[in-house]
Design a protein around this ligand. Structure first.
Ligand SMILES: Cc1ncc(COP(=O)(O)O)c(C=O)c1O
Length: 387
């Protein structure tokens, strides 16, 4: 079967009720038939659920499907995207290790890297992720991991995945890619040499803004280390969210196609707009990331951002004028959403820090939903009108 069929047909074993759609296993633990079975399950001599902090049929099914899409051997489901980012770092990094991080990463990832890990003796170097030489220059003898997002949130920087994958392999460094914006439908970092792929499943994977979730995927050896960490520290995904997100994966490819098609059309339609000084969208032919994106992605994704010429005031006015598009911090929803990072998600950064990651005062991030494309564009156009 093709991946898109396999993800739809993958299902955990049917119960005695022969259900077509998988039930939700809301149970914290599982019964052992005998003392011997309990022993052998704990000894990993047989497979099966023991306790929902370790595994559960719903979260297992979610991971099995995500592994199909990412081309991964194994994975672990966790409670949120940040639980995935943190577990993927903390499972491998030890005191005096060093990590190289692309400067354009999600705000909470930035806090983990700059505030939490250094307290445990883990050093970091930030680089401009789009500059291949910067990654080479940043490597130290104790560099254990490269961490990046591509396309990045919210500036949509596109990093050179084949280059980073090769460099990481050559130097025996784990390349860890947050694949939240592209999803495995548009980009599979493991095929370019990444060791780990991390997700906020809260975004496009859920796709309807209902639940939080995260995942870490990779080869069996690395994931075993992550599983040890999560089993004993407890950031487990709930069975209900596992059930919801597993069903969501069955429609992910259709949704990503439509998100990408509409977002490209909107980006092209706004390209010469007099109120905007810049538009970022990886599949827009004049975008700095275009050539790379075309090589490593199957579509540009559902996020675009643009810069309002009237800076902070222009960005805030634009948000206030929106009629259909929701003003909210989430993204990846079937409903289009808009965010003004400088006055909200990134308002705690200094101006210099914001500019370093491409967040100018007038930057607006749009998560293009599944509504009719004409309705989305006309809301954006009317909100851009200056009286
Ligand atoms: C790129 C990226 N990574 C990680 C996260 C964190 O995910 P969560 O909110 O599910 O913890 C986000 C949230 O917006 C994100 O955009």
């Amino acid at each position: 079967m093709k991946k898109t069929s396999k993800v739809i047909r993958t299902q955990s074993q049917r119960s005695q009720n022969r259900e077509h759609s998988v039930p939700i296993y809301m149970t914290s633990s599982y019964v052992f038939d005998s003392a011997e079975q309990a022993r052998s399950l704990f000894a990993n001599e047989e497979n099966g659920p023991i306790y929902s902090r370790y595994s559960n049929p719903n979260t297992d099914e979610f991971i099995e499907k995500l592994c199909v899409l990412e081309g991964a051997e194994d994975g672990v489901a966790v409670a949120s995207g940040m639980a995935a980012m943190f577990s993927s770092l903390a499972s491998f990094l030890k005191s005096s290790d060093h990590i190289v991080v692309s400067r354009s990463v999600f705000g909470s990832t930035h806090q983990i890297v700059t505030k939490i890990l250094p307290g445990w003796g883990i050093q970091y170097t930030y680089v401009d992720g789009t500059d291949n030489n910067a990654w080479v220059r940043a490597i130290r003898p104790y560099t254990k991991m490269f961490f990046c997002e591509t396309p990045s949130n919210p500036a949509l920087d596109v990093l050179d995945l084949p280059f980073l994958g090769n460099l990481a392999k050559e130097k025996n460094i784990i390349l860890n890619v947050d694949n939240c914006f592209a999803t495995p439908i548009l980009q599979t970092p493991l095929t370019f040499g990444a060791g780990l792929v991390t997700h906020s499943a809260t975004k496009f994977i859920d796709g309807q803004g209902r639940s939080l979730g995260g995942a870490i995927l990779g080869n069996s050896e690395l994931i075993e280390q992550v599983r040890f960490f999560t089993r004993h520290t407890g950031p487990a995904m709930s069975p209900f969210n596992g059930w919801l997100l597993s069903k969501s994966l069955e429609t992910l490819s259709l949704r990503m196609e439509r998100h990408s098609e509409t977002a490209l059309w909107i980006a092209q339609s706004l390209d010469d707009h007099p109120t905007l000084s810049k538009i970022h969208y990886p599949f827009l032919s004049n975008d700095p990331g275009y050539t790379r994106a075309k090589k490593q992605m199957n579509g540009g994704g559902g996020i675009l951002s643009f810069v309002h010429r009237n800076g902070l005031e222009g960005g805030r006015n634009f948000l206030d004028r929106l009629e259909m598009i929701s003003r909210t911090a989430n993204l990846g929803d079937s409903r289009s959403t808009a965010t003004h990072p400088a006055s909200t998600t990134h308002s705690k950064l200094s101006l210099d820090e914001r500019l370093e990651v491409g967040i100018t005062d007038g930057l607006i991030r749009i998560s293009v939903g599944l509504e009719d494309k004409e309705d989305i564009l006309s809301d954006i156009l009317q909100a851009l009108e200056t009286k």
